[in-house]
Design a protein around this ligand. Sequence first.
Ligand SMILES: [Zn+2]
Length: 91
Amino acid sequence: MKPDPTDPIRWNAILTRDRSMDGRFVYGTLSTGIYCRPSCASRPARPESVVFHETAEAAREGGFRACLRCHPDQPETWGLTSNLLTQGRSR
Ligand SMILES: [Zn+2]
């Protein structure tokens, strides 16, 4: 079963960086091998190079690595504002 890469609702969530969609899915970018949450500041390249996953775990199983900007592998940070995330320079 392959998710529709052009799912308009999910795609729109990425384009609008809809934080309310954080936790509902993540998306992986085939060209970079990185997966992000919908609100990530990074823009996906093209719809055809993006795959959706229900969970970060599923994305990892698909061979993707967590984005270093939005930390989609840390659900406890989901729901926080992206401002807070971009200020995080603790690493
Ligand atoms: Zn990201």
